[in-house]
Write a protein that binds this ligand. Sequence first.
Ligand code: NDP
Ligand code: 8X3
Length: 253
Amino acid sequence: MNIKNKVALITGATSGIGKATAEIFAKNNIDLVLCGRRQDRLDALKKELEKEVAVHTLNFDVRNKTTVLEQIEGLPLEFANVDILINNAGNAHGLQPIQEGSLEDWDAMLDINVKGLLYVSKAIIPKMVAKKAGHIINIGSTAGKEVYPNGNVYCASKHAVDAINQGMRIDLNPFNIRVGAVNPGMVETEFSEVRFKGDTAKAAKVYQGFKPLQPNDVADIIHFVVTRPYHVNIADLVVMSTAQASSTIINKN
Ligand code: NDP
Ligand code: 8X3
């Protein structure tokens, strides 16, 4: 499918999977609305990618529904017609048995991964419905397909993304809108640094002894998904590193 001159809005574009997706989209002439909270990173990425395509940045915390709705509503005309939404912003906070979990961590995961995804979607879906076209890709996880020890609330948040992905696909079916999820296994990003609250040594250990997915691996797949002919909708895709068989079975040296 020719997706040149389409506009993609990517949440969580300042790092990891979202940033790699922005880079591959720019190489393929997709205009970009890049979202995140770290303005210095948004500025640097805009500077780099606007050599190739038109780029606009939005700085919001997906938890703040008023700001999310206002900022997306206020997009300049050139970017207001979002063709592709990549619901990617998200993270894990903590890795503890349920009896030891922190309420703040639980709030963060459910507010960002579930409610934040819904707020951004709410800001964009009505326009897709009106024009009877659009593509939404929800970034889930293998954690949304199974539950692993100490994953409890993060897994719950990604199971919710799985359900929302199905619900969107059903409700938006009459409107010719494509909806699908990409569910990666372990990807080497800032994910574990956030999960372990800046403990970089602990985070690095997660990816030692095997070759995990890299952000580009997932971005490549997202690009493949959006470039299928319009009658083809990749509804639900799971991707893991060859070394990973499930959340807990990893072939480490
Ligand atoms: P990173 O930590 O590298 O990137 C997370 C991105 O989300 C950042 O750009 C961050 O930007 C943004 N973000 C986080 N919190 C908020 C918030 N409250 N408001 C707005 N933006 C926010 O992680 P990944 O690239 O790995 O994660 C991307 C997605 O992929 C997540 O949904 C994650 O759950 C999922 N995933 C990750 C896997 C992995 O192993 N890494 C595997 C499976 C799924 P900023 O801080 O600037 O706001
Ligand atoms: C991120 C992958 O296995 O850490 O969603 O949950 S995992």
